[in-house]
Structures are given as C-alpha cells and as structure tokens.
Design a protein around this ligand. Structure first.
Ligand code: BG6
Length: 481
C-alpha cells in the first residue's frame, strides 16, 4: 500500500523495429536509396560494419544494383508481409508497435518539395492494419537512415540545410497522419551520432579524430534544432499527439570505489545523458562547455537556436537498454563487445556478441532518469540477439525468455520506486537484419524468419517458444512472468 505494486493498467506493451532492418523493397514504389543501404555486412561479428564508410565505398554501393552485399536492402520483406506480421503481433496482444517511417520512401532524394504518394500509401496501409487490431503506432521519424541524396549533396546533417529538408518531411507526416499516430520519436539513439555516418549521414573518414568530433557534434546540433522544430510542428498540427527523445542508454559504473574512478564514471555517464539533457531540459548543460573547450569543439549556432531548444523540449523520454559499461580514471579506449567502449564487468554474463547483460542496470537507469528529468519514460528497445536453433518448425529460446523476464522484473521494481513508465517495446519482435553487423543470424524475435545471412530462405514466419510466453506476459499485464 502507498506505492504502485504492479504495472499500470494502460501500460503500453509491444515491440519495436526499424524500416531499414525489416522492410526490404529498397527500390520499390519510388523509394530512394538510403544511407543504411550502402553499408556492407560486417566481416567480423565483433566489429560494427559502419566504421568503413567512405566516399568511395558509397559510390561502389550505389553502382551495385543487387542486395547481395547490402542486407538492409532486403530486410525481411515486411513491405510485402506486413499484414501477416501485424496479425502475429496482434495475436501476442500488442498494445503498441514501434516502427520507423523511411524518409526516402516519402522524399526519395530528400530535397523534393512534394512527397512521393506511393511512399505515404504504404504507411497508411500499415497504420490501417494496426487500427484493425487496436494497436497504437509509435513512429520513429529517423532511425539510422536518410536519403543518400542528402549525403551526396550536402554531407548529411553537417549541413544546416538538412534541418529544413527534415522538417519538410516531418510536417508532411504530421499533417498526413493527424489523429492517427499518438506517439512520435525524432532521432533513434541520437547519442550514437558521435560515431558518425549511420546516425548523421556524414562522411568524415578522411578527418582526424579531433576533426571528427567537431564535425559530429555540429551535425548533432542540427539534429537537436530539427527535433525542437518537429516538436513545435507536431504541437501545432496535431495537439493531442506526443513526441519524445530517444537515447541509447549506457550507464557507466566505476571499476572500483576509488573516488577518481567514481568521478570518471560520473563524467562518462553525463556524456551519455547530455543528449537527453538538451532535448528534455531544453539547453546545453554546463559540463559540456568544458568538454567542448578541451577538445577544441566550436559549435556554430544560429541566433534563435538556443531559444528554440528552450521553448520546445520533448514531451516524454525514451531509450534503448541493452548493456552497461565500466570505467576507471585515465582509461584508454578498451573495446566492450562490438558497440560499447569501456571495461568489462566481472559480475555480468554476456551475449555471443559480447554485450554484457545487466537487468538491474535497467532499474538503476530508470530511477536515475526519473530523478533527473521528472518526465514520463518509455523503454522503446530491449532484447537479446542470439543464434537460434530452428528445429521442427520452432525455436526453444528459453535464454531469450530468461533475458526478457529479468528485465521486465526490474522495470516493475522501478515502477514500485515511483518511476512514471509509459511502456515497453521489446526490440525485434520478429527476426530482422542486425543494425551493427547486418547479420540475419543475430536474432531477437518472438517470430522466426526463414532467411540466412546471404538472403537465402523462404521468408516464412514461425512462432518461437517466447511467442506464447510474451502473449501471457501481456495478457496478465506483467504479473505472469
Ligand atoms: C539499437 C538500434 O542500437 O540496437 C537498433 O536502435 C538495433 O536499430 C538494436 O538493431 C540492436 O543492435 P544490433 O546491432 O544487435 O541489431
């Protein structure tokens, strides 16, 4: 008594995907080529495949009309299977489905003045299908892709012109889907823009590390401004809809109780939360001034930028949660799995890709972010990428159930701690192409898709054991785990 001991009645259970990882149909119905579709599959499971994008590799990719080396061109053909897939989501009882709208379906080159109607039509169809089952759409406006035309023309988000191009797209979407989409996110995992290309469409492979930092924080500044403008647009066009930020949350723990290590961890953590600080509090935090000065980063801002950020913060805060990391004072760059940098945590197990599994860290992050922002939170990604063994038409994925159960238990703890948590969209309810390595064999789904890393397979869908488990979780509103 006196505190909530269960998931709220209207808790939004569901799943999340991204256009470039599921849709396929990369050159169908007028769609333009995107930045995600010029990235090759990684040669090494432990290395992220985005690292190697150069001007030359983009030209080679553009000249290649196949999907052989570029798995995000084929996805899992959601474009032609969306009815069947949404029906399966409905069978699990989804209340919400997070997906992204591919900018290049709507504005193929990014700089057109009029939208491609066939592109809008596809998302009309998807949303109509969801409506039939009373599944709410949660739409990501930019999930790790943009028209390659904007990279070629103006080096992606490094150019201030991209703000107007993006906000022409967002205005089109808000007007077109007015009253039908209750929740939007602007940029997926916006903090990964410090890694460059996949988030910002910026090619800077010929720059020094310092120059890259300058370039990337400048591109990110443009995304912050575009996000604030999108918030303004949405509130004017569709006042009942809400818009959120999206962070790849990566909590940093100190390697020891040595205050120097604790302080180093706090700084790393601030550098992660910086992005949400800007988008939720509406201003650049002071601690970044020192970081910018020490790294000789000078941001160019237009006179109104700061006022825009202040006036149009996000309505809610979302994040993905996969892992935590460890640091100590004066630690050099150590690599942790194929994504995080930082040290290993001896108390945690890890996935085959080296991602350290830390359910309690989810509660810590939720509690900390609720304290810091006092805005509703939404876990819009969490899941386990694993090698699944398909036999007799199914997968016995007890390891996936175990992973998800432990994270959901910790969300419940956070709710008991008083956190205002809107929902949970598990990542990859259906197997899809991995973001970081473009593998098919890194599977997250409740639904198995018959396709291998080279694109061979029938694309038939099968239910894994976790399918029925998640169905029961939703039916019991998180009580029956
Ligand atoms: C997040 C992304 O980084 O993690 C998703 O928003 C991605 O797009 C997910 O798929 C898991 O990463 P990966 O590399 O295992 O697909």
């Amino acid at each position: 008594e006196g505190y909530p001991q269960q998931f709220p009645k209207n808790f939004l259970w569901g799943g999340a995907t991204a256009a470039n990882q599921v849709e396929g149909a990369w050159n169908v119905d007028g769609k333009g080529l995107t930045t995600a579709e010029v990235v090759k599959k990684a040669d090494d499971r432990k290395k992220i495949s985005m690292d190697a994008v150069t001007k030359e590799s983009i030209e080679t990719a553009i000249a290649d009309p196949t999907d052989k080396n570029y798995p995000k061109r084929r996805g899992v053909d959601f474009y032609h299977h969306y009815k069947e897939d949404i029906q399966l989501f409905a069978e699990m009882g989804f209340k919400i489905y997070r997906f992204s709208i591919a900018w290049a379906r709507v504005f193929p080159n990014g700089d057109e003045t009029e939208p491609n109607q066939a592109g809008l039509q596809f998302y009309d169809d998807v949303i109509s299908e969801l409506e039939q089952y009373h599944i709410l759409p949660l739409v990501t406006l930019s999930h790790y892709e943009m028209p390659i035309g904007l990279t070629k023309k103006q080096n992606g988000w490094l150019s201030r012109d991209t703000i107007a191009d993006f906000n022409r797209f967002t205005e089109t979407i808000f007007k077109h889907f007015k009253g039908r989409v209750p929740y939007y996110l602007t940029f997926n995992e916006i903090n990964t823009g410090v890694w460059g290309f996949h988030e910002t469409g910026v090619v800077d492979s010929d720059q020094s590390h310092q120059e890259q930092l300058q370039t990337r924080y400048q591109a990110l500044h443009h995304q912050f401004v575009a996000s604030a403008i999108a918030t303004k647009q949405l509130h004017e066009i569709d006042p009942d809809a809400k818009i959120g930020s999206m962070l790849a949350r990566m909590q940093t723990y100190p390697a020891t109780p040595n205050p120097a290590d604790v302080q180093a961890a706090q700084m790393e953590d601030d550098k992660n939360l910086f992005f949400t600080d800007v988008q939720a509090r509406g201003e650049y935090p002071e601690y970044m001034n020192r970081y910018f000065a020490e790294n000789n980063i000078k941001l160019k801002m237009a006179p109104d930028d700061q006022e825009l950020l202040k006036k149009y913060p996000v309505d809610f805060i979302s994040f993905s949660y996969y892992m935590t990391t460890v640091t100590k004072a004066n630690q050099g760059a150590e690599v942790n799995g194929n994504m995080a940098t930082g040290g290993r945590n001896p108390y945690l197990e890890e996935s085959d890709w080296g991602w350290q599994i830390d359910p309690v860290g989810l509660r810590i992050s939720l509690d900390e972010m609720w304290d810091r922002y006092r805005k509703p939170l939404f876990v819009v990604e969490n899941g386990l990428g694993a090698v699944d063994k398909f036999e007799d038409g199914t997968v016995h994925d007890a390891y996936r159930i175990d992973y998800l159960r432990k994270h959901i238990e910790q969300m419940k703890q956070a709710i008991e701690d008083g956190v205002d948590l809107m929902g949970y969209t598990m990542w990859g309810p259906i197997d899809l192409i991995s973001f970081s390595t473009s593998e098919m064999s890194k599977r997250y789904g409740f639904i198995y898709v018959d396709q291998d890393d080279d694109g061979n397979g029938t694309l038939k869908r099968y239910k894994k054991d976790s399918f029925n488990w998640y169905k029961q979780v939703i039916a019991s509103n998180g009580a029956d785990l």
